[in-house]
Design a protein around this ligand. Sequence first.
Ligand SMILES: C[S@@+](CC[C@H](N)C(=O)[O-])C[C@H]1O[C@@H](n2cnc3c(N)ncnc32)[C@H](O)[C@@H]1O
Length: 289
Amino acid sequence: MNAIKTDYYLGDCLEVLSRFDTDSFDLIVTSPPYADRRSKTYGGIKPDQYVEWFLPRAAELLRVLKPSGTFILNIKEKAVNGERHTYVIELILEMRKQGWLWTEEFVWHKKNCYPGKWPNRFRDAWERCLQFNKTKDFNMYQEAVMVPMGDWAEKRLKHLSEVDQSRDTSKVGSGFGKNVSNWVDRKMAYPTNVLHLATETGNRNHSAVFPKTLPEWFIKLFTKEDDWVLDPFAGAGTTCQVAQVLSRNSVGIEILPQYYQLAKENIKPTQYLLFEETQDETHYTTGNR
Ligand SMILES: C[S@@+](CC[C@H](N)C(=O)[O-])C[C@H]1O[C@@H](n2cnc3c(N)ncnc32)[C@H](O)[C@@H]1O
């Protein structure tokens, strides 16, 4: 295994990304500021201007992603005047025109979402993790995220009917089919596209950090050791920290000096620190050689 690098850049990702070569990254995992959220600390982009703000950044991400790579965009539309705003939907449509394939949508179910009461809706306990690709032929390592079969298997697979023992084609003509008997004696199954992960905000010094398990899951699914991961809205640097633990190289870009500083401090202290000799105060790199 080669030395793993973690590089942080201070600045607007739109400008910083222009310094990277085309086709540099295997995976981009990020959570940009949501429209109108946290305007006192960062973000504050108006919902109606969100697509216009994001698109030039999406164009740069499209350029720096390898053809075999994946872009995971964690985002959620807010409610405006009593209904959900449509900027995420509009963004998806515009990104498709830009050349992205909208391959999949994962749901992040925030399983520790605290209780609340609103007059016209229930507490919001999920966010979108949109998957975009440049080509249909992207790298995916499904075995890396398999889950235990669970209790249902013992009961369901004990007595198999005749139908269970051959491919049962969907009655609604969808073209799908299943052969339940394929799963007998298996200990592990493939997961669904719903991730049940608790949020982690305590003690992380940033109001909107990822739980480490979120980038971990996508990094395992879409990259292998020594690959390159990018988080263009790095915040406290969770994506890069996890990438480093999983022996993936990473780049994080953050616009606010206090979070850039925090991300640098969050790098595992056991790892060898290496400051770039360029004296460039907007760029910091570590290696674990
Ligand atoms: C939702 S937070 C990301 C948190 C991150 N996922 C983590 O786990 O710490 C979004 C971050 O993007 C930063 N940001 C906002 N606009 C930016 C831009 N144009 N370029 C780079 N970073 C930006 C904000 O300062 C904020 O820290």
